[in-house]
Design a protein around this ligand. Sequence first.
Ligand SMILES: [Zn+2]
Ligand SMILES: [Zn+2]
Length: 295
Amino acid sequence: MLTNAPRGTKDILPDAVGAWTHVEHVIRDLCARYGYGEIRTPMFEHTELFQRGIGDGTDVVDKEMYTFSDRGDRSLTLRPENTASAVRAYLQNKLYADGGLQKLFYIGSMFRYDRPQAGRMREFHQFGVEALGEESPALDAEVILLAYDFLTALGLTGLTLKLNSVGCPACRPVYRERLQAYFKEYLPTLCDDCKDRYTRSPLRILDCKRDAEQPFMAGAPAITDCLCPACTEHFEQVQQHLTAAGVSYELDPRLVRGLDYYTRTAFEIAYPPLGAQSAVAGGGRYDGLVEELGG
Ligand SMILES: [Zn+2]
Ligand SMILES: [Zn+2]
């Protein structure tokens, strides 16, 4: 017991550290070229930040957080991701006061109580970027390109990029209703989690690993048929920028990502040789998050 690290954690030993620092150098070089500045936020935050930011009802918040009371009876949580913290820091430190675009990056440990398996640890290491204060679809494309350039700089080839738009508060309710109408007759055969998602967040049924192989999944309506004109226009422009930059992508109307804060663009990059856990990067736009967190 005393000689074993907790399940889902791992030591990085001297003979592996060289590879880690190499990756970190690549990140810092790349972010300097793209104009992103490094930020280091606390390992733990008030639990409410993640409940509000990531969203109650997501797997991350409901099942995977390391939440504890400190000796002063405050509920704190080890960060399961860094976006909510970065936005909190942006607001608290008034980084918006300079006006215009703020571009931030971070490298660090994140924590999720997940079943440990290949490529998935309870303490895992994430590099991420956040770009705040600009609505242009060119910025969405830039963030995706940065992720692509990073993985390519590490020598990964044959990457696949999946792209979707998850809409906005104007058009997503229409899609929610269409999904609920579609899944109504299949409700008894959905897993227990999805029975709950059906009311709370039907989009997440599309993301369910247990129901992924159900025959009716393929026929579910696609969000791209419900987007409002502004979201359609934004999505088309993101695609045009990616094409102009020479990046090929595949549209995937089922890509919803497991976090509540995404609006419009969502993407995922996979490295197929990794097999079942091949997704190595992902992200999206979050136009409502700053306001959700009080800014
Ligand atoms: Zn919309
Ligand atoms: Zn399910």
